[in-house]
Design a protein around this ligand. Sequence first.
Ligand code: DGJ
Length: 728
Amino acid sequence: MSIEYISDKELFHIKTKNSSYIFRLRKGYELEHLYYGERINDTRGIEFLSDDNFLGATLHAIDSEFTEEKLSTDRMLREYPFYGSVDLRCPAFHAEYRDGSRVTKMKYLGHKIFSGKPELDGLPSVYAKSDEAQTLEITMADSFTGLNLIYRYSAFEELDVITRSVTAVNTGNSEITLDKIMSCSVDFDNSDFDFVHLHGEAWRECEIERKPLVNGEVRISSARGASSHLHSPFFALANKNTTEFEGEVFAFSLVYSGNFELGAEVDSLKNTRAYMGINSFDFKWLLESGQSFTTPEAVMVHSSNGFGEMSRTFHNLYRNNLARGKYQNAVRPILINNWEATYFDFNEEKILNLASKAKELGIELLVLDDGWFGKRNDDTLSLGDWYTNTDKLPEGIASLAKKVTEIGIKFGLWFEPEMVSPNSELYRKHPDWCIHIEVREKSLGRNQLVLDLSRKEVCDYIVSSVSDILSCGNISYIKWDMNRNFTEIGSSALPPKRQSEVAHRYILGLYNVLERIKTAFPDVLMEGCASGGGRFDAGMMYYFNQFWTSDNTDAIDRLKIQYGTSMVMPSMFMGAHVSAVPNHQTGRTIPLETRGLCAMCGQFGYELDITQISDDEADEIKNQIELYKNIREVIQFGDLYRLKSPFDGEKTFFEFVSKDKARVCLFYFTHSCAVQCNTEKIKLKGLKPDSAYKCNKQIYSAEFLERFGFDTENLQDNSGKVYLFEIQ
Ligand code: DGJ
């Protein structure tokens, strides 16, 4: 049993392989949080963790329900803090009621524990296969307002993960306006943590920031309509001494692709309250009588062995229990994308030449990027008009797809279906189909507007126009792009009192569209993109089996981008392409070998004009492809050990170990300012105990490689090398 209710103490114990999460009911009213951390096998006495240190004190009022005990929830560790009474710290829940009051007082009504895990209506979520999970649902009720809250916890014992979500149900007769409803909140009885999160920009995705918590609040959010390049919906609280390999980490990842908030508040008693959910800024949700609202899912991971173990837990969970479909466990094809090879300037002959050359080199899929539709020859027009640009492709997309397939490689196609260009037939026909406010000027981003996916007819249009193209056959891959943030947020289809629902309704509409397309075309592999990694989040992983990690293809910059992204995302989802030099983004010239090896640490591909390369380059590319085909299972399905960070010095080491530990790929890179004559012994991780490995004809014991390390050679700046180890 991974979830236990100890009735005499009214105690809930949620267990995974290595962690415990414990809380209890106080006086049939308040859920008091007791513990989250390493697994506890015997909980006798655990209630004494609460020393009732939270007696009311000057300025901290005593809850009316706890008058006798003189307890103040303002000083208590609370399970899910709702606003409106004594606890004046950052609430997880805030709502407004008919009488204008904002006081919520939830009382325990009951709970149930059951096997499995329910799906979340209209939202992506981690799923449980057969007996993988148990779920606890606690129902809380506010008799005065008729609001019920269901707190949902699922424990994945083996995968070592707890997921959470909350459903609000209006069982009363009057409207309730939800202002804030977090997916999870966790109170800790100390504040000795570093706050770790991922921030960035287009071309600089997922930089890792680690800062001590401050007294007061750290809050990270997106109000851009997408999870965004700027911040990822992930954070961790780590002990001060936590490293990649050692120390405690509490990590949180949100299965959501829209506006989010996350943060941590340290109170005057040095307790920390961590939370995560839909961004409450510019959010309101009107709940009419009988209606319910479910939050996105938060995934909680506890690691006692540093950030590396935290990441491997996320990778296993997201590969096995979030990703879906035919490609979930299939090796990803090596692709060539024509974007950096041609940009908008191509015709059928050029694409067929690329396809023929790709076939010759061993590439398995050609993706035709932006510019194949409407009248699109630059980014000023035609988004929304999803029919072939016959000036470039006179015989149409179906014919091109067929010809590429006949060459012997698969064909993929780019779309940006959530957008509309003001200069398009779609916009001329439906000017009100975009997100906008009637009386205001519309701000353009990349010359385009965002379609209003909170409207069913808009979603239907997207499904039918994308489906029409896919139905032509021979399209086995789509790249789904999204290239601007929301502005002037409003929908002409919603009444004034529901305008603050637009951003979340948009995401629900998008999930609905993606689900319909994925169901109708189960054999199509879908790639997500938002100017690179602008929406590379766990919500999207439910639909897309791979992502374009960044528009920055400079191999040395990519080491950091891929390192940061791998904090949560598995390598098999991280599109990584070899591009031309000088690099189009940075102007830097990095050797082809380094570019190839860096891209091999993700989902490997090319993005350059291979019809213009020299014979030597062609030979080198053939060798790269052969090598990747030989090792891609280890990279895509194995365990990642980040042995040395590009953020910390001149060298980067990534180690991939196959699940059976029989094969190991050690990638080694030197970047700026590599110090000559400075060979490095790098200690491997995750090897099979008591075994030996062969590398370059030498035999090493696993113990030797882990204890003393493998001797790497001197490399010049911006170089790369891979060492392959086979178990003996
Ligand atoms: C942005 C993407 O990130 C690029 O890879 C490319 O697809 C362009 N859009 C096309 O407009």
